[in-house]
Design a protein around this ligand. Structure first.
Ligand code: V47
Length: 354
């Protein structure tokens, strides 16, 4: 059975099929991904009103692609005081955010109490705010530096009020590429293990994939399939988020950057391969908002959110430092032919902008 027959019959695609999908022309591939997306969500484009906070950039790790860490090319190390974070959120809740997304570096000086303390303080002051915080890489770091198991750290996080895990730190699971781009960071097995433990607690998480650097198509397919296996087992992943590599201010030498066609193909293929993950997020901070909107016709159904402030990708060149105003976000979605649906962090629909 060739790949088109397989897509027509709705059969699950395997590793070789994944590679064969890349060989299709964009419009044929897009037709199938869009059909799947439409069958799930029609013309709805999901987003949330959220605030990203990156509380420290002091990091013991040395990921080559990172422009955020003060150990690398960023000359301005910082660690936010809890009060500063709370004051920031005082402002953000005025814009009706429903989620705070907290991702940081691996800061040895900060300590477990600093990490956990901020979550309880946020929950005390803003009980209804969804706290999406700590990547598996950060959980691994906290477990190692505090001589605790993953489960102990996860129990502490839940106790402190963390509601879900963001998908960061996954990068590319292939061990050889991983060793080259982020040696010493959480391993692929550990990343998957941490999400599995989190899911076993009845909680949801996301999964990212950093692509467009030194990895090849086969590594992307392998990455997706490892996530599909995890999802078959736990069902705990809400969204898959392909992150387009940003090239400025870092130590990864990349000669060839991806074309928009290759990026759209990757969204489309993720929709077709990841038949068990409900949402494909085109994170506009790394794809640009324009391509993220086009991606809504190639399998993606979500755009992340208004963000307000972002320091990880913008340090590497993304135009996301100041987020997007809600009105502009809505206009962009509507004028591209989709119905904006404001969702909460677990994809319950809060408001449909007809
Ligand atoms: O894991 C670092 C990435 C991630 C670069 O769960 C880079 O909803 C591109 O996890 N170019 C952190 N990306 C961000 C993250 C995230 C973002 C949006 C939504 C969600 C979610 C999670 O940022 C890291 C890393 O892969 N990153 N440097 C770079 N140069």
């Amino acid at each position: 059975m060739n790949i088109l027959e397989k897509l027509e019959s709705g059969q699950r695609v395997d590793y070789d099929d994944g590679l064969a999908l890349y060989e299709l022309d964009l419009f044929t591939l897009g037709k199938y991904a869009n059909k799947k997306r439409k069958s799930l969500y029609k013309d709805k484009a999901f987003f949330n009103i959220n605030r990203h906070i990156n509380p420290t950039n002091i990091c013991k790790d040395i990921c080559k692609f990172c422009a955020f860490s003060a150990n690398r090319k960023n000359p301005n190390p910082y660690t936010m005081a809890h009060e500063e974070i709370l004051n920031t959120l005082d402002e953000s809740v005025k814009h009706n955010i429903t989620e705070v997304h907290i991702v940081s570096a691996h800061n040895k000086n900060a300590g477990l109490d600093w990490y956990m303390g901020i979550f309880s303080k946020i929950k005390d002051r803003f009980p209804s705010l969804h706290v999406k915080a700590l990547t598996a890489a950060e959980i691994n770091f906290l477990a190692q530096t505090n001589d605790k198991s993953y489960e102990q750290i996860i129990d502490m996080m839940i106790e402190a009020g963390v509601d879900s895990l963001p998908g960061g730190g996954a990068e590319i699971f292939d061990e050889e590429v991983r060793e080259y781009i982020c040696k010493g960071k959480v391993s692929s097995k550990q990343w998957l293990q941490i999400h599995k433990i989190w899911h076993k607690k009845g909680k949801k998480s996301n999964a990212t994939m950093l692509f467009g650097h030194v990895e090849k198509r086969e590594h992307r397919i392998d990455h997706m399939l490892r996530l599909r296996d995890l999802q078959d087992e736990t069902g705990g992943l809400n969204a898959f988020i392909p992150l387009v590599y940003q090239r400025n201010n870092n130590y990864l030498k990349v000669e060839d950057f991806l074309s928009s066609v290759e990026i759209l193909k990757t969204y489309a293929i993720s929709r077709l391969v990841l038949d068990n993950i409900p949402h494909i997020k085109a994170y506009w901070a790394t794809s640009t908002i324009n391509l993220a909107l086009v991606a809504q016709e190639f399998g993606a159904d979500d755009l992340d959110g208004t963000i307000e402030k972002e320091s990880v990708q913008s340090a590497a060149g993304a135009k996301s430092a100041g987020g997007l105003k809600l009105k502009d976000f809505l206009d962009l979605i509507q004028t591209s032919g989709f119905v904006p649906v404001q969702r909460d962090s677990l994809y319950n629909e809060l408001k449909i902008y007809k």
